[in-house]
Design a protein around this ligand. Structure first.
Ligand code: MN
Length: 746
């Protein structure tokens, strides 16, 4: 690049910005190592000499700004400040990591190296490239968290100066920021940075909507602030009377979070009620626990304003996984508006603003693990077992980054933090892989529940295991955490490899039996062709799993000429023709006895067959039929107890039955519902059933006892799928504990 000296005004500006950096640093709580910072600045300045940013500014202003963010907004020390000043040197100039190592030592060089490695965008052109870059980011993060913190600072400054970039780059950078950097900042507890990143991304991605909300907000701002003064005045007096030193801030929701709320709740701007919150940051008195004092303030406030009983958030007893501590309450102002009040001590505020990362322990001899340590450890574990499929990895990781948390208790009373939506099986894997692989269910609050049970905050969970239990393919649908998904995939891969080996051995043994070992390759190719497979491993796997039987291998590898014709003729009954058994589950092996197969259609109802009262089968259920002496077919569910008995007694009278797809006839189904008896729960329940699902009710009977209601409903449904969807919707309602089908007779 063409070197040119900057104008005296520019030189002066550079010096000014650096002086600001030094000033902020010297007022921070860190060890004073200004000399090192000065050296890093001078080195970076000459390395980037003459280079300008797209905005036309001297390039060095960017690293200085990043260093300012690092110390002022994240609260890091001299090592990070130097690394921030030097962060683009290796990437953009001729200097190497080794040069930095010699000049500034291992640690700084190491961090700059990490930053250089992840300097490319997370979004490559290819999805796989994207995932790989993301992996790199996580690797460097688990290596030294400061790398990612500085990267976030770098991104924040780039977002603040994004207008200088061309439009297409703006979109790309804004998208990437919203996709990964804002959630990362959130996960690391950097709330102000997270909000700013989100807000800036939103502004560049949706400039019109942004402007619209911004204008509406500006229009009511004055009024809101006036209300705020009226609201906060009595609280101020109370706190003063209690002898507290404190600051009080009005927090107006960011444009982005207003937009999100409008979208999530599907409401207009005017209906977003919590535009404003009051934040109290106080210096606690000596000699009394912080927690007690927060509750004393709570008590003082609720003497003035009425609290909303359901909107108390105690993040002090159990801090959020990212370290956040505070007591949130919502009270009603004199004008009838609900206002959130956040109560924090100075210490809690420090964590809320700069994240636990600011308190990151560098020393290896420090004992004790906080939630951040634990989270980083999970990342390391996931990285230690990289997914062969990069996209899956990206998905599972992203899943964990966004999740909110619930707290559950072990039988011993330990608290475990799990992402919201986690199941008992997720928790089992979280505790130990062995526990997960042998999980058969869980006792939730002393009640037996399946492993797919979705954990609720405050649950006491005991994982039940059995040595004979092993993961099944559908388990993957029961877990949501990266850890459990990764563990299951690994298990299946291990299992698959074993089955491939087994299948290969079975195949080779069969060749020995048919004296065909000489023609191994031909035999293999013929078998592949026959089963329409391409890879030998696919074939071996299917053999190993029992989906392909080798009983007819001889016919497959030594086909008689005529049998080719027969294979093409589906009506041939010649026994020479090998039967394909591919894609049949082992349980479904064809039996010798001829069984009649009937199709259950609407027309047949009432004529050819009857649906039994004992188990109430509906379309979609796995069913079978039993023919009575009059020739009428009785349809039962496969696992119906009555049917089990009939099956064992009347083996010959059985027939297979399949449902035809239809939505004509509806069936009466009985379902049981349990939930918390709260005002309005019944009308909400009925709204889901009748308005959302358009299901007709035949009968309903609910009883309430001790705050819990339970009852039965009789519904007209079309098939199992509809019923399952209804159950899913019902159990997602906050006050419904369970919704299940009743298959026992009345
Ligand atoms: Mn940079």
């Amino acid at each position: 690049m063409q070197k040119s000296t900057f104008t005296p005004e520019e030189e002066q500006r550079i010096q000014q910005e650096f002086d600001v950096l030094v000033d902020v640093y010297e007022h921070s709580m860190h060890r004073q190592n200004t000399e090192l910072i000065r050296r890093a600045f001078l080195f970076a300045k000459q390395a980037h000499d003459g280079v300008r940013r797209l905005s036309g500014e001297p390039y060095i202003l960017h690293p200085i700004a990043v260093a300012q963010i690092v110390v002022r907004e994240i609260g890091l020390g001299s090592t990070s400040v130097c690394a921030a000043l030097l962060h683009d040197v290796v990437e953009d100039t001729d200097y190497t990591v080794e040069d930095l190592q010699g000049l500034f030592g291992d640690k700084i060089a190491h961090i700059v190296d990490g930053l250089t490695k992840i300097s490319g965008g997370v979004f490559g052109d290819q999805a796989s490239e994207q995932a790989e870059n993301f992996r790199k980011l996580l690797l460097t993060m688990s290596d030294d968290i400061r790398v990612v913190l500085i990267k976030i600072a770098d991104r924040l400054h780039n977002m603040r100066t994004l207008s200088a970039q061309p439009k297409d780059k703006q979109y790309k950078i804004a998208g990437e920021t919203l996709y990964i950097y804002a959630p990362l900042a959130h996960r690391l507890g950097l709330f102000p940075i997270k909000s700013e990143l989100e807000n800036l991304s939103f502004r560049y991605e949706h400039p019109d909507t942004y402007k619209e909300i911004e204008d509406k907000l500006a229009a009511i701002r004055e009024h809101q602030l006036e209300n705020f003064d009226t609201f906060s005045q009595p609280i101020k007096e109370k706190l003063k009377a209690m002898g507290y030193e404190f600051t009080m801030k009005a927090r107006i929701k960011s444009v982005y979070s207003i937009y999100k709320k409008m979208k999530d709740k599907n409401i207009p701007f005017e209906d977003v009620y919590d535009l404003m919150a009051l934040r109290i940051i106080f210096t606690p008195h000596d000699g009394l626990p912080e927690k007690d004092q927060c509750w004393m303030i709570y008590s003082a406030i609720t003497e003035i304003y009425r609290p909303h009983p359901e909107r108390i958030r105690d993040w002090i007893s159990t801090p959020k996984a990212n370290g956040y501590e505070a007591l949130h309450i919502t009270v009603m102002a004199s004008n009838g508006q609900w206002i959130e009040v956040q109560i924090r001590t100075n210490r809690m505020n420090e964590i809320a603003e700069r994240g636990l990362a600011a308190h990151w322990k560098y020393k290896a001899d420090e004992r004790g693990e906080n939630e951040l340590d634990k989270w980083l450890r999970t990342i390391k574990e996931i990285l230690d077992n990289p997914e062969p499929n990069a996209i899956e990895f990206l998905d599972t990781f992203k899943l964990n980054l966004f999740a909110r948390e619930v707290f559950v208790f072990t039988p011993g009373g330990d608290i475990k933090t799990m992402p919201q939506g986690s199941t008992a099986l997720d928790l089992a894997f979280q505790l130990h892989t062995q526990l997960g692989e042998h999980c058969i269910g869980a006792k939730i609050n002393h009640e037996l529940q399946p492993m797919s049970y979705v954990l609720q905050g405050g649950d006491q969970v005991e994982i039940l295991t059995s040595p004979s239990q092993h993961p099944q393919a559908d388990w993957i649908t029961m877990v949501t955490t990266a850890k459990a998904q990764t563990a299951l995939r690994q298990y299946f891969r291990r299992e698959e490899r074993a089955q491939i080996r087994k299948g290969e051995k079975l195949f080779n043994d069969a060749l020995v039996m048919y004296n065909a070992t000489e023609q191994h390759d031909t035999a293999l190719q013929r078998t592949l062709n026959y089963y329409e497979l391409t890879l030998p491993t696919e074939l071996y796997l299917k053999i190993g799993q029992g989906y392909i039987q080798l009983d007819n291998l001889q016919q497959v590898i030594f086909p008689k000429k005529k049998s080719i014709w027969k294979r093409l003729n589906p009506f041939s009954s010649d026994s020479d023709t090998p039967t394909k058994t591919v894609e049949k589950t082992p349980e479904e092996k064809p039996t010798k006895t001829k069984i009649r197969k009937i199709l259950l259609t609407d027309e047949g109802l009432g004529k050819q067959y009857v649906l039994c009262d004992c188990c109430h089968p509906i379309p979609g259920d796995e069913v079978f039929g039993f023919v009575d002496e009059k020739g009428l077919v009785h349809i039962h569910m496969i696992d119906c107890a009555v049917a089990q008995k009939i099956k064992s007694e009347q083996g010959k009278q059985l027939c297979a039955a399949n449902w035809s797809t239809h939505r004509v006839q509806s069936f009466v189904e009985r379902i049981a519902i349990r939930g918390i008896d709260k005002f309005g729960v019944l009308s909400k329940l009925l709204a889901v059933v009748t308005t959302e699902f358009h299901i007709n009710l035949r009968a309903i009977n609910l009883q309430s006892e001790g705050g819990i209601f339970h009852g039965e409903m009789e519904l007209y449904v079309y098939d199992k799928k509809e019923l399952q969807e209804l159950f899913k919707a019902l159990t997602q309602m906050p006050d419904i504990v369970s919704a299940t089908r009743i298959t026992k007779p009345k």
